[in-house]
Design a protein around this ligand. Structure first.
Ligand code: 5GP
Ligand code: MN
Ligand code: MN
Length: 321
């Protein structure tokens, strides 16, 4: 059932045992939204826990409360409400789906959302789930602490490329301004996110070496990079900025990053200038936004590249002609 923000707040208010979760491979929006909502519910005196079927990436460990995030257990637990943040389908939360028995409230902003929850609020105009959480706080007149503001600013800023992507709206900017007034420090947050271990820079030549550009003239080019297994092992989870190298090349319409997870599994990140790559991702069982989406292909790297290139090329030809 579709719900409003006010109804979402009522559902939270009516539950006493609550579990919050978000998507695997969590990003700034996933973790910032999770931690901000957790802080609010703790202040409300709720019995609330955060459960995530993945590790917290190093880059986000400056956010207060990350160490309270638990892994799903093996025993099934029953609670009053499971809140799923920033995830557009049930697979995105991994084992949490099996470990927690409860009605699901899904707060999300993905255009590809499949409405899998019992209750959902999906606003694809929101640049980040963080915007939705901030609206919820405004609706209930929550006291937003400086740490909650920091988490929400991180959520919003990371999902809109620090206010540069097409999803950046007037609301995005005004929410960001309010969050700064509430104590978020943009300079400190971006410094935390931009500072990387030396190995990340040292791996850059090996990543750039894999750059391929497929030229299609008028309809725009496709550019890709590959993170091989060895490179991923060295980078650990610091793989975020690499997609920007193919993306920022003149004449590129679709940028693709292939991450070789193992011999038969490749994670694919898609970025575009104008075409809706969420549909492309959806056709491979993934999802996302119009200009940023992803999927997983269970094939060796060479096959994965071939099928994705073919689909992207056909998609571009169809979408733009
Ligand atoms: P990224 O390329 O940064 O991993 O993901 C870009 C966007 O697509 C994010 O909003 C992310 O949530 C979404 N996305 C990435 N991979 C998947 C996937 O496998 N399934 C779904 N539903 N969404 C994905
Ligand atoms: Mn996300
Ligand atoms: Mn998001």
């Amino acid at each position: 059932m579709e719900v409003s923000i006010a109804q979402s707040a009522k559902l939270l208010d009516g539950a006493s045992r609550i579990v919050l979760t978000t998507h695997v491979h969590p990003d700034g929006d996933a973790l910032g939204s999770l931690l901000a909502l957790y802080s609010f519910l703790i202040l409300e005196g709720k019995n609330v826990r955060m459960i995530l079927d993945d590790e917290v990436p190093r880059a986000f460990k400056f956010l207060e409360g990350w160490e309270k995030i638990e892994k799903p257990g093996t025993l099934v637990e029953t609670v009053d409400l499971l809140v799923v943040l920033d995830a557009s389908d049930a697979e995105r939360i991994g084992e949490v789906k099996k470990a927690i028995k409860a009605p699901i409230l899904n707060l999300d902003h993905h255009i590809s959302n499949v409405k899998f929850a019992d209750y959902w609020f999906v606003d694809s105009q929101a640049a980040a789930t963080g915007e939705i959480i901030f609206k919820l706080f405004k609706t209930v007149k929550a006291k937003v602490t400086d740490k909650m503001a920091e988490a929400l600013f991180t959520a919003i800023a990371t999902d809109c490329g620090f206010f540069r992507y097409a999803n950046t709206s007037a609301q995005t900017l005004s929410f960001a301004a309010e969050l700064v007034e509430l104590g978020a420090k943009p300079q400190l947050i971006s410094e935390q996110l931009d500072t990387k271990p030396r190995i990340v820079m040292e791996m850059l030549p090996r990543v750039i070496e894999t750059l391929e550009i497929l030229e299609f003239g008028q309809s725009g080019n496709i550019a890709s990079i590959v993170l091989e297994r060895e490179v991923i092992a060295a980078l650990k989870d610091d793989t975020d900025g690499f997609i920007n190298y193919p993306r920022n090349i003149d004449g590129v319409e679709i940028a693709i990053m292939f991450k070789e997870v193992d011999a038969n599994c490749v994670r694919v990140s898609l970025r575009s200038r104008t075409v809706d790559v969420s549909k492309l991702a959806l056709s491979f069982g993934g999802g996302g936004h119009a200009r940023a989406a992803g999927c997983t292909v269970n094939e060796p790297l060479a096959n994965a590249k071939a099928v994705i290139f073919k689909a992207a090329r056909e998609y571009m030809a169809k979408g733009l002609s």
